[in-house]
Design a protein around this ligand. Structure first.
Ligand code: PEP
Ligand code: MG
Length: 548
């Protein structure tokens, strides 16, 4: 038996035959060609075909993994339309007289190197996207299809690395698990595997082509893989896998039941979504509502400023489809890691501490008003919450509410119908925690954004994976801030939820419920497990963790 370690993308067990996935080897000919027109045409046809493929992958990923994960293919399709990249490739064909394949290889490699050399962690990782779309064009040019790579029997796939396109193309019914030699936990490929519920191990340096055809096990709980496991180990992990499956079935049974602890406290369990196309996931996982609709995806998905009407249609779809469930839409949180070209934002030294979220909205009032009018119009169709991100002062909140009121009056004058709605504030900075009493007095609910609250409290850039050794997501400072926020909210009858990733951490559910949290808004796949934990809690018992 061989034991190989890596980083686990999902807690789960996969057992089965190993299939080594080898990317097709292609020889790129560097010789000089005479018919440049023909090569230009071949490149253009391949590029168009690659765009079509990325659009089709977007649709597939939307169904398999949800909108957040599918977005990468939309970005790829846009990258394939990038004028600079197209021009650079065409120049190599016309000036240097090389084939479409050679030109694609050189031009895209160059662009990938430019990204890889950037300081910004997000931009640095964009090189993987360039290689992905380069591969898509080369596959068309070489007439390669990856369809046969997976084999015909269910298997654990082992590869050097997988691009997001390769991952989403995989037939889920034949995919037991994934092991890659490279790749990071935050790569789009890992995110896709997680969203599809496939056990996967990345950065498994020992992964080898020799494993092909051998029996393998991925133990996602222990971040390792076993090749040719001993019968004893096989039996133990098979038992664990069966338990997992039983748990999954049991969770399905929870659908429609209250999230009430044994001693009678009810907690709202809501979903975080990226847009209307995630509504299906909210329904499938029986979420009580939407605690965070990240409206910036409406902007990120658009080539230009989305109009009031376009925004209204998106918000109305979510609010109306899910009514009477509450849908909390966060106003635009652009900036920092989420940049939009058409907004023409100034380059900043420290974008995470810069003009982002509400700061953009308050400096570009007409831009903000367009969104607020769309939200107010949507309020007539269901149960809407409007939530403001990155608030650091009561003055900012008041200003938001004044602009909202200005929009309301404008719409009323035009006889546009507006429904009831509630107003919430994201608690994402230590400043907001410290003034939570003042903020609570002026809004209906709080939602604690632990992703940013952790970043700003611990001074740890959330984009920088290199800081992982310093990151303690359960840091007492964060837990105390959450408790302070809940207490402040309750002093003013303001309900308090958590919508950052920490809200889905099952080891903290009891802690949060004991602190008095009213709502947990999480990734749709975490909803059922969380509800099971809540229903099993009895707050009359001693806390599991004595520090609570
Ligand atoms: C957060 O900061 O915790 C949050 C939910 O917002 P986002 O992750 O979109 O910044
Ligand atoms: Mg945030």
């Amino acid at each position: 038996m061989q034991v190989a370690t890596g980083k686990s993308v999902l807690n789960g067990i996969a057992i089965g035959k190993i299939k080594v996935y080898k990317a097709p080897k292609v020889e790129i000919d560097a010789s000089i060609i005479s018919d440049t027109e023909k090569e230009l045409e071949r490149f253009e046809n391949a590029r168009q075909k690659a765009i079509e493929q990325q659009n089709a992958l977007y649709e597939k990923a939307l169904l398999d993994a949800g909108e957040d994960s599918a977005m990468v293919f939309m970005v790829h399709a846009e990258m394939l339309d990038d004028e600079d990249l197209i021009d650079a490739t065409r120049e190599i064909i016309t000036k240097q007289k090389h084939s479409a394949e050679y030109a694609t290889k050189v031009a895209f490699d160059n662009q990938a190197k430019v990204f890889a050399s950037m300081d910004d962690e997000y931009m640095k990782n964009r090189d993987a996207d360039i290689y992905d779309i380069q591969q898509a064009i080369l596959n068309v040019l070489f007439g390669i299809s990856n369809d046969a790579m997976q084999g015909t029997e269910p298997a654990i796939l082992v590869a050097k690395d997988l691009t997001p396109s390769e991952t989403v193309k995989l037939d889920k019914s034949l995919l037991l698990g994934i092991i890659t030699k490279e790749g990071s936990l935050n790569s789009h490929t890992a995110i896709l595997a997680r969203s599809m519920g496939i056990p996967a191990l990345v950065q498994c340096a020992e992964a080898s082509e020799d494993w092909d055809g051998k029996e393998g096990i991925i133990d996602g709980y222990n971040h390792c893989a076993y090749v040719e496991p001993t019968p004893d180990l096989h039996q133990t992990l098979k038992k664990k896998q069966d338990e997992d499956l039983k748990k999954k079935a049991l969770l399905e049974e929870l659908k429609g039941k209250d999230n009430t602890t044994i001693d009678g406290r009810t907690i709202k369990v809501y979903a975080n979504i990226g847009g209307p196309s995630d509504i299906g996931l909210v329904q499938q996982n029986d979420a009580g509502g939407v605690g965070l609709f990240r409206s910036e995806f409406v902007y990120l998905n658009s080539k230009d400023y989305p109009t009031e009407e376009e925004q209204f249609q998106s918000y109305r779809l979510a609010v109306e489809t899910l009514a009477p469930k509450q849908v909390i839409i966060r106003t635009c949180d652009i900036g920092a890691d989420k940049q939009v070209d058409y907004m023409d934002m100034k380059k900043e030294e420290n974008p995470a501490l810069g003009v982002r979220a509400i700061r953009i909205c308050l400096t570009r009032k007409e831009f903000f008003k367009t969104q607020l009018r769309a939200l107010l119009r949507a309020s007539a169709y269901g149960n809407l919450g409007i939530m403001f991100p990155m608030i650091i002062s009561a003055r900012e909140l008041r200003e938001c509410k004044e602009i909202l009121e200005e929009c309301r009056q404008e719409l009323l004058q035009k006889n546009v119908s507006i429904g009831e709605f509630s107003i919430g504030v994201m608690i994402e900075t230590p400043a907001a925690v410290m003034i939570a009493d003042e903020l609570a007095a002026e809004c209906d609910f709080f939602s604690i954004g632990t992703n940013d609250l952790t970043q700003y409290t611990l001074a740890i850039d959330r984009q920088n994976a290199g800081l992982d050794p310093f990151l303690d997501t359960h840091h007492p400072a964060i837990l105390r801030e959450i408790k302070m926020t809940i207490d402040a909210g309750h002093r003013h009858n303001t309900w308090v939820g958590i919508c950052g990733e920490l809200g889905a951490d099952p080891s903290l559910t009891e802690t949060f419920v004991r602190m008095g949290v009213d709502e947990l808004s999480v990734n749709p796949v975490s909803i059922l497990p969380l509800r099971k934990i809540i229903r099993g809690l009895d707050l009359r018992n001693e806390p599991k963790d004595a520090s609570q």
